[in-house]
Design a protein. Sequence first.
Length: 610
Amino acid sequence: MSGTFVSGVRTLARGVREEPRPFRIAIVGSVIYGIGNAASGFLVGRVTEGVVVPAVTGSGPVTTAQVWLAGAALMAVTVVLVGGVLLRRIFGGAFTFALQARYRRHLARRYLDLPLSWHHAHPAGRLLATAGSDVEATWQATMVLPFALGTAVLILFAGIAMVAADPVLAAVGLLVVPALLAANVVYQRRMSPLVTRVQQLRGEVSATAHESFEGALVVKTLGLAGEEVERFRDDAERLRDANVAAGRTRGAFDPVIEALPSLGTLLVLVVGATRVASGSTSVGDLVQIAYLLSLLAFPVRSFGWLLADLPRTVAGDARVQTVLQEDATTPWGPRPVAPGGPLTVSASGLSYRHPAPAADLLGDGSGDVVEHPPVLSDVTLEVAAGTTVAVVGGTGAGKSTLAGLLVRLVDPSTGEVLLDGVDVRQLAEGQVAGAASLVPQSTFVFDDTVRGNVALGLEVSDEEVWQALRLARAEAFVQSLPGGLDELVGERGSTLSGGQRQRLALARALVRRPRLLVLDDATSALDPAVERAVLDGLAETGLGTTVVVVAYRPATIALADEVVHLERGRVVDRGPAAEVEARDAGYRELVTAYARAAAARAVEDEEGAA
């Protein structure tokens, strides 16, 4: 318990340092609330003693002026209390939401800074849960923190007022405070592991939901909706059970915390009635102490709320800090890419291993990288400026990994990639992205206009957008859209065909006039005629671009100046396509597969016709 409490307090203290202004104003409001309540108790006692008792018993004269003065005093205290509550709630909320916004921005920035290899090891659903529910849980306690601190002020001033009125009754009544604190400590100790479990399961539910939504097409085409519903139900039921367990604990302690102040007030009334009867205290002092105790009933619960939220704070902050303190950064150097035309590309001794998926973001070592067999081993590659090189290989040969290494989506485990003779790790941030473009095999289209998807944050004219669309052979279909460049293409380009999405992604790369263009099977959804027109167009434009294309089709390979054959992560041959085909049986098997399949179908058709 002490570890959780100390960690939670440290986290809240950090939040106070980062957003001091709204917190200070909220504390001022909360202190006004505490002092105002203590003053109202004192005032109620004095009004009872000086106005109510004489008026009821007839023991003394009560003037109209006294009644109005008492009412005005009570109204003034009420106005002060309302002002304090407004300040506390408005700026307490601003304090909480400012911290949540701050840490969501920190996480978004960190997610963008972390290398792709790190993202491959962490499920997107859990990353979303960290930016959402974990950030919310981390700072939820700050919502009641000003209230709890104001309650401490209330207890202090109320205690002074009660002791001044009657030390004996004050001692009886204030026995409830340590009892409440003890109950809250037990409550927090029981809740801590339960809340940690809830936060973990929220991440799992989010990950399952995200994966199901991302794979909606696969789920529907394979008729797996029932299985996915069952998988999500299992995760949701575990989360439900964890929430129910936490709710049971809270339900058991809430009545205790609610009853203790009432029991204290009842005890004060019993003892106080005896003391009033014996003349040891006055009715006004008894009313004052009983009233102040009744005022403590609700505010003192804020300590319980604060202690109950501290386990959430610790669990949420642990997951958030695991991301923010992740050291898997992409280091950048100071050097720029040399100005000029197309880039030369060279790679030597490249090898790469995928990191193992991380089990969770709890910071318990589950995210440690475990070495897998290498995807690439000792790859050496030379691409002269302005040439086109086709990378050919079977499934799993490492072609996409090589494409990612050339534009520094990931860094090699060993070896180096040089652009114009400079190691990409020595280039300044933004230099690689400014000089090289990758069009991946799985294109992503944003829920935006055609213009927005092509420009994608780049300040370019409509003429430049049309030029890129023309080069990508996308001009005709964009012109046929009702809105042209302003046509919304839907989420993930749902209103476009696969080939149209690929051409839009290609135009997005071309509008940046890259000096190195890497096409990772980026024309696979195009028919051969359109693919040939696109690649011919690239060759004829004179953009000054070096092209590396991951290819399967003989028509695509024929456009390359050189072919690199990858097999099991190694370069087994390279050279002009005709020469490699003549001497490399594995390459020949790959590039003639389409022709052999077509010939076999033709024979079957003839036999069927006969």
